[in-house]
Design a protein around this ligand. Structure first.
Ligand SMILES: [Zn+2]
Ligand SMILES: [Zn+2]
Length: 339
């Protein structure tokens, strides 16, 4: 089968024929139809994030069941499915508590084991969910970034009185905007940089009340203007960019919350005095649980969360180089591969 393989350290990847994955007794073999390229895949493909080589990345996928292991019940060939990337061990204390994204022995499809930048991908049946008839493969492949935003918003105390500010109008940030609105937030502000004009207009299309270009104005001043000086009750980072932290803390109101969804790869210097003096709560979330993934599948299937305006490009798997160029030029929001 054709696959995109990360074979070594440093930049570059190969598009080549590899053996089909072997289906073990608890696995489902999936013929991948739509596979999203995630922010997490970018450092993997660029070679700046270390994974066990050789590896097939890709964890945002949907497709058709092409084989089932001997112990698998409830799936048959031809079922249209998606799968969450988190594979918990099932027996550590976090898995037992139902927080398998914090599993002590965590395995993630496309990060620790071969993923879906391939014609076929193997996933444990416990991570696989069926799609409804009217659900597209693109919708199925979009649940992962929806669920990453969802776990953060679900853990928040957002009320109908609240102003929510979301840094980063990438896919996760655009889903966070929709989820904050669904949660009933009174006002949602999407914040991006000068490169994000197209993304910010998509945020407005998806329900944000305001969009702020941080390179064109003073973010704190603008948020103060919007909120009549009250500032934001809840601020969510969906960038993982060190420069955001100070801006985020500057727009949280006293007793407000700063939530971190973005993955920070470098240490950040933060003035924690502001956290103390303003009694700011800070928390983070990582990925999502299977339950949250399933709840997000419902939100997308019901049309309560829209994925269409987030997906900007489609490429055949064999055109991965072209997809990579579009990503490098920052022209895309979400790129979907069609293996
Ligand atoms: Zn992802
Ligand atoms: Zn575990």
């Amino acid at each position: 089968m054709l696959a995109v393989v990360k074979e070594h350290e440093g930049p570059g990847f190969a598009v080549k024929d590899v053996p089909m994955p072997e289906v073990r007794e608890d696995d489902v073999l999936i013929r991948a139809r739509s596979v999203g390229i995630c922010g997490t895949d970018i450092p993997i493909l660029a070679g700046t994030r270390v994974i066990p080589w050789p590896m097939i990345p890709g964890h945002e996928f949907a497709g058709d069941v092409a084989g089932v292991g001997s112990r698998v019940r409830g799936f048959k060939e031809g079922d249209r499915v998606t799968s969450c990337l988190v594979i918990g061990c099932g027996s550590c204390r976090y898995c037992v508590e139902g927080s398998e994204c914090l599993c002590d022995n965590l395995v993630e499809t496309g990060i620790h084991v071969d993923g879906a930048f391939a014609e076929y991908v193997r996933a444990p049946a416990k991570t696989v969910l069926k799609l409804k008839d009217g659900t597209s493969y693109d919708q199925g492949a979009s649940i992962d970034p929806v669920a990453s935003a969802y776990r953060t918003i679900r853990a928040s105390g957002i009320t109908t009185k609240d102003t929510v500010a979301i840094f980063g109008p990438g896919p996760i940030g655009l889903y966070a905007v929709q989820l904050a609105k669904l949660r009933g937030a009174r006002c949602v502000i999407s914040i991006g940089t000068g490169d994000d004009a197209d993304r910010l207009s998509r945020a407005l299309e998806l329900g944000a009340d305001y969009a702020i270009d941080s390179s064109a104005c003073d973010v704190a001043g603008r948020v103060s203007e919007i909120t009549g000086g009250a500032m934001a009750d809840f601020v969510q980072d969906c960038t993982g960019a060190p420069s955001v932290v100070e801006s985020a803390l500057a727009i949280v109101k006293k007793r407000g919350t700063f939530a971190v969804t973005g993955l920070f790869h470098h240490p950040v210097e933060v003035n924690l005095g502001r956290v103390t003096r303003s009694e700011i709560s800070v928390y983070g979330t990582i990925c999502y649980t299977r339950n949250e993934f399933s709840e997000c599948l419902d939100l997308v299937e019901d049309g309560r969360v829209r994925v269409g305006p987030v997906i900007t490009h489609h490429f055949a798997l064999r055109d991965m180089e072209s997809a990579w160029e579009v990503i490098q030029r920052r022209e895309a929001v979400k790129v979907i591969l069609r293996p």
